[in-house]
Design a protein around this ligand. Structure first.
Ligand SMILES: Nc1ncnc2c1ncn2[C@@H]1O[C@H](COP(=O)(O)OP(=O)(O)OP(=O)(O)O)[C@@H](O)[C@H]1O
Ligand SMILES: O=C(O)C1=C[C@@H](O)[C@@H](O)[C@H](O)C1
Ligand SMILES: [Mg+2]
Length: 189
């Protein structure tokens, strides 16, 4: 497939948002490879900065402190060079983080249906929010709360029950359309 050669180079960090299991990490890593940009996972950055897992962080300091740490990490990353950034599922819900991301990044919502999310999050048990109730109930609640806010992202792509490479192709195509729409006709891309 020739997609990569025709994709304009993003002039800003490309940040993925969406629920747990939407594929921010899995698709983000592939997207970065296709764009030739570094990939950074905000969850992993927080774990490195705090020297503990996200689960331990929630246990020790609680969610409010986690959101504050997440805000600082994302701010630092957006101050740096252009990257593909997988954000944590709740990052875009924080008004300050969201405002910053809307100003400084190209934001992409990976939207997934409930059955797809349930199947994917069942593969790992390290998501603290999914332990607060049964995972399906939590995901339903978060979908109702968060989907209207995720919809503020610049681009929305469906993260379907298909191979990750297919979703990556879909993201690249949508990003290409978005960047071409912003580039004045005839300008070099
Ligand atoms: N589009 C996709 N097609 C197929 N498998 C996928 C897709 N997206 C993610 N997966 C798989 O689903 C699982 C969860 O995905 P991933 O960890 O990337 O989600 P996430 O959005 O980063 O979640 P979190 O917010 O919890 O970090 C992984 O096993 C991943 O390989
Ligand atoms: O959706 C969320 O609020 C979260 C998603 C994960 O990426 C982690 O950032 C953490 O488990 C919280
Ligand atoms: Mg992730």
């Amino acid at each position: 497939m020739q997609i990569a050669s025709s994709v304009p180079v993003p002039d800003r960090t490309v940040a993925l948002v969406g629920l747990m299991g939407a594929g921010k990490s899995a698709i983000g890593r592939r997207l970065a490879g296709r764009l030739g940009l570094p990939f950074v996972d905000a969850d992993a950055e927080i774990e490195a900065a705090a020297a503990c897992t996200i689960e331990e962080f929630f246990d020790r300091y609680g969610e409010a402190q986690f959101r504050a740490g997440e805000r600082r990490v994302i701010q630092r990353l957006l101050d740096g060079p252009t990257i593909v950034l997988a954000t944590g599922g709740g990052a875009f819900m924080d008004i300050q983080t969201r405002t910053l991301m809307r100003q400084r990044a190209i934001t992409i919502w990976l939207r997934a249906e409930l059955p797809v999310l349930i199947e994917r999050v069942g593969r790992r048990t390290n998501r603290p929010l999914l332990k607060q109730d049964d995972p399906e109930t939590v995901l339903r609640r978060l979908m109702a709360l968060r989907y209207p806010v995720y919809a503020e992202a610049d681009i929305t792509v469906d993260s379907r029950d298909a191979p990750a490479e297919r979703t990556t192709d879909d993201v690249l195509a949508a990003l290409t359309d978005f960047l071409h729409a912003r580039t004045p006709a005839g300008a070099a891309s």
